[in-house]
Design a protein around this ligand. Structure first.
Ligand SMILES: Cc1ncc(COP(=O)(O)O)c(C=O)c1O
Length: 481
């Protein structure tokens, strides 16, 4: 239903003749559209200081929306200081410096279909970091956000714990123990704004006594610059069927190993328990550290997720890192890491003058989302959605590539790897030809810090595509390789 609303006389009177138009087919939530429009009228001076807004009830009736929608918009405006509430009198417009407000970019005409970031121009986007566009639980998130606002308004006038909200840390601890076999206490958990921030902190803590980090090759490309910016040397370790080459690691001077043991990025292999124990032994025998990046292990489509490496030796030198980016949203910038007790004191010493880097409101929203059981339900839902896409991708590859391609890394995560042993074309040529057909491919070569695969290899992310886009994209791609 498209329920455009044009103001009624009573509402127009209360808002100085201004009208609000909400469009339910717009992807921007209704409360946000209302928030944007009221905010724009306040910033442009059309709603004068101390003007009274219609009550939540009246506004909801006039706009034919729920009270929650209006309440959501008012709460957000209130939290940001655009309006204020007066007990038993209602909501009023705050007095703003109109000169400054008029210069604010937000004072431009409100375009409520605005979505941040350039839209992808590709019809078939195989980028591995894309999630299902319909999957964000907007309505539940909004409810948890509002609940968080209501329950925590007193905390919002303070900076909060630099290590992260205690309630969120407790929820993460319970989840990690139940689902990932990670054994830790909430005081070992640090809430971060993504893996790179976690690695930056770890690099900083360890740089007095460590200078060489072993990384997987091929491996996730983004941590490299974090280590290098902290003056570490990088030691690439080849990946075999059981993960990193442990003999080479032992022979190297590396004293930190950054690994993705439960789902190696990009090849998808799982480090067997014997290798995990050998890696732990390597760390224990020389005051060395393992950084375990457990970024998407919930997404395993057959059998149970592989338990964490940290759980094999919870008191060892293992730094465990997890994220909400792969199942919920990479835009939230919400992740966590578990430090071994031995690193907590140096962490607190180094970071005692830092403020938290993740908004308390987002942290409280996530905590509420977890407390109500939404997070674990969301994971189950996502696993079903992505399994369907994964199966379609595998079938399409079988149909269109047949024996031309060798598939690896299937059965988990949001991408697979396709080796093309017989093609004469390079990766760059295929990516270029694909681009001309509106297909986006992320270069597999980006994951290599040294050397390149013998045969042309493609990385196919499927999270952001629909089933039919996957089928058509693979059919077209097979003609180009
Ligand atoms: C190997 C790996 N680790 C971690 C992440 C998540 O990073 P962040 O928490 O910074 O979004 C990703 C995202 O794609 C990844 O591929």
């Amino acid at each position: 239903m498209v329920a455009d609303y044009v103001k009624q006389p009573k509402l127009a009177e209360a808002t100085g003749g201004k009208m609000f138009i909400l469009n339910s087919s717009n992807p921007v939530p209704l409360y946000k559209q209302l928030y944007n429009q009221i905010r724009e009228q306040i910033l442009s001076g059309k709603l004068a200081a101390d003007a009274r807004l219609p009550s939540v009830r009246d506004m909801a009736i006039e706009l034919s929306v729920s009270r929650n929608t209006v309440d959501g918009a008012y709460q957000e405006l209130c939290a940001e200081g655009y309006i204020y509430s007066s007990p038993r009198s209602g909501y009023f417009v705050s007095a703003l410096d109109q000169d400054t407000a008029a210069q604010s970019p937000s004072a431009k005409p409100c375009k409520d279909d605005y979505l941040p970031g350039p839209p992808s121009n590709f019809v078939y986007d195989f980028h591995p970091a894309r999630l299902d566009p319909e999957s964000f639980p907007t309505e539940l998130w909004r409810k948890c956000f509002i609940e968080g606002l209501r329950r925590n308004s007193r905390q919002l006038v303070q900076y909060g714990d630099p290590q992260g909200d205690w309630g969120l840390r407790c929820s993460i601890q319970g989840y990690l123990e139940r689902s990932r076999g990670v054994i830790c206490a909430p005081d070992q958990i640090i809430i971060c704004a993504g893996l790179q921030q976690s690695l930056d902190i770890v690099s900083n803590i360890l740089k007095e006594s460590h200078s060489i980090v072993a990384i997987e090759n091929p491996g996730y490309h983004l941590p490299r610059s974090v280590f290098q910016n902290n003056s570490y040397s990088i030691f690439p370790l080849p990946i075999g069927p059981g993960g990193i080459d442990l003999n080479l690691l032992k022979a190297s001077n590396s004293t930190i190993a950054y690994v993705t043991p439960s789902h190696q990025l990009p090849l998808g292999c799982v480090m067997p328990v014997a290798n995990r124990l050998a890696l732990i032994e390597w760390a224990e025998s020389g005051c060395r550290y393992i950084i375990e990046d457990d970024y998407d292990s919930e997404l395993r489509y057959h059998g149970k997720p592989i338990p964490s490496l940290q759980g094999l030796h919870p008191t060892g030198n293992i730094i465990y890192s997890g994220t909400f980016s792969k199942l919920l949203s990479p835009a939230l910038r919400l992740s966590y890491m578990v430090l071994p007790y031995s690193l907590l004191a140096p962490y607190r010493q180094l970071y005692r003058d830092y403020f938290p880097s993740v908004s308390l409101l987002e942290q409280r929203t996530m905590a509420t989302f977890m407390e109500h059981g939404h997070w674990e339900r969301h994971i189950r839902r996502m696993r079903m959605i992505y399994k369907k896409k994964h199966d379609i991708l595998l079938r399409s590859i079988e149909t269109h590539f047949g024996k031309q391609a060798v598939l690896i890394g299937q059965g988990a995560g949001l991408h697979v790897v396709l080796i093309l042993p017989d093609t004469l074309q390079s990766e760059a040529e295929i990516i270029d030809r694909a681009r001309q057909k509106s297909i986006r491919l992320f270069p597999f070569s980006e994951f290599h810090v040294a050397g390149q695969p013998e045969a042309t290899t493609l990385l196919l992310g499927f999270g952001g595509m629909t089933g039919s886009e996957i089928e058509q994209g693979i059919a077209i791609l097979s003609q180009l390789c």
